[in-house]
Design a protein around this ligand. Structure first.
Ligand SMILES: Nc1ncnc2c1ncn2[C@@H]1O[C@H](COP(=O)(O)OP(=O)(O)OP(=O)(O)O)[C@@H](O)[C@H]1O
Ligand SMILES: [Mg+2]
Length: 294
């Protein structure tokens, strides 16, 4: 499907739904505008709310290749853009022997075949593509500044080879868990969207889509319990991945609904910090059992 075939946010929402991603209208509108305006989409939100999965689903519905650049502390241009294949260059030198013309030999070292394309260059060369710059908050300031330049040009200049420009600029999706604020200059280039946790009905539907065999009541109970946990100011509130895992764990145990005992036995699927676990067992599970009427 071509990006231009989306006439409105609802069309994007329907297409995402068909590939198994259930967006709310806010997400669908932000994605639609990013596609139509050719602007990067900056997604911020708690862990596990579906930021990475949205980029994957956008690649699927636009018939694009997904190219992912996972950011981390210390990442630099040579890991994001391109690098020269040093061992192969050395082999090439050795193979040329002693009698070779030095200038010609040096020039041949910077041939395209010795270039290793990293994600950003891959995304520019292999259009149409969705370039997912995942967890940008883990990278440092210099890397942000570098990204700004690349995003502004949709092209990369390699001194030895020249400029490589995308035939169709990639749809760029940046994600952040907000472990630190990303600079305004970068955000200004993008359409910003805060991805919130899903409401109850959507989360039930997401569980059903991921695990169709799960009992309806179990899907609803787990979604209700997770929503309660998210209101409890935990160190690490459960994301959608945890909801899906919890429902799957309970289903494997043969459960068709949630009660305090089952919740206690399977809590590790949803709660990942010992401090949270202690609190949930002591304060929240008893209330939860009451809320579920069991
Ligand atoms: N709207 C949705 N529809 C269907 N599945 C979803 C949706 N949102 C999230 N998921 C599922 O939830 C899981 C977690 O999503 P994802 O990894 O994209 O979250 P994230 O926001 O990138 O998390 P993190 O910040 O930890 O990287 C995935 O298995 C994904 O398929
Ligand atoms: Mg992610």
């Amino acid at each position: 499907m071509q990006p231009s075939s989306f006439d409105n946010p609802t069309a994007v929402s329907d297409a995402l739904d068909r590939v198994g991603y259930l967006p709310d209208i806010g997400v669908a509108t932000a994605a639609y505008l990013a596609i139509r305006m050719g602007r990067p989409l900056f997604l911020e939100g708690d862990p596990g709310v579906g930021k990475t999965a949205l980029a994957q689903a956008l690649a699927e519905i636009t018939g694009s290749r997904l190219v992912r650049l996972q950011c981390y502390e210390g990442i630099d241009a040579s890991q994001a853009l391109y690098d020269w294949d040093f061992p192969r260059q050395i082999l090439h030198l050795r193979a040329a022997g002693d009698g070779a013309d030095t200038a010609a030999l040096e020039a041949s070292l910077y041939d395209r075949r010795f270039l290793v394309a990293r994600p950003i260059l891959q995304a520019l060369e292999q259009s149409p593509s969705v370039l997912l710059i995942d967890e940008i908050d883990r990278a440092d300031d210099e890397f942000e500044a570098f990204l700004l330049e690349v995003l502004a040009d949709n092209a990369v200049t390699i001194p030895e080879l020249g400029t490589i420009r995308a035939v169709t600029p990639p749809l760029v999706v940046l994600t952040s868990n907000r472990t630190r604020e990303v600079h305004d200059a970068l955000k200004r280039r993008c359409l910003y969207h805060w991805v919130a946790h899903p409401d109850f009905a959507r989360e039930v539907e997401i569980v059903r889509r991921h695990i169709p065999e799960v009992a309806d009541r179990l899907a609803r109970d787990v979604a209700a319990a997770v929503s309660r946990l998210r209101e409890s100011d935990l160190l690490k509130p459960p994301g959608i991945a945890e909801t899906i895992d919890w429902a799957r764990a309970l289903h494997i145990l043969g459960a068709t609904g949630l009660d305090a005992e089952l919740a206690a036995a399977t809590l590790g699927a949803a709660v990942k910090y010992h401090e949270d676990e202690v609190r949930v067992r002591r304060d929240i599970l008893p209330q939860l059992a009451e809320q579920l009427g069991r």
